[in-house]
Design a binder for this molecule. Structure first.
Ligand SMILES: Cc1cc2nc3c(=O)[nH]c(=O)nc-3n(C[C@H](O)[C@H](O)[C@H](O)COP(=O)(O)O)c2cc1C
Length: 69
């Protein structure tokens, strides 16, 4: 997701995908011994779409990270 942002793309991880595993696996050639954990939309966001204007509260990085020199 960070690599996508670095290239001007936007992402949206979606853990709802595993519910549709039976339909997705044959399309993507995923083996029977493999499991879908998460999907991810990749593309360019529409800045004018109302759903893209939501800015949720976030814990600042310093609140859950310790940087060591
Ligand atoms: C691992 C992961 C799985 C997610 N799965 C879903 C999902 O199945 N459906 C959904 O509507 N949002 C899902 N979300 C939330 C959205 O991807 C997204 O994080 C949310 O809309 C807030 O956007 P933002 O992270 O850019 O603030 C998931 C987020 C993460 C991190």
């Amino acid at each position: 997701m960070i690599a996508a942002r670095a290239r001007g793309l936007d992402t949206c991880p979606q853990a709802a995908w595993p519910a549709y595993e039976k339909a997705i696996k044959p399309v993507l050639g995923i083996g029977e011994n493999e499991t879908i954990v998460c999907g991810m939309a990749l593309g360019y966001k529409d800045p004018n779409a109302i759903e893209n204007t939501l800015v949720p509260d976030r814990e600042p990085v310093e609140g859950f990270t310790t940087f060591l020199d």
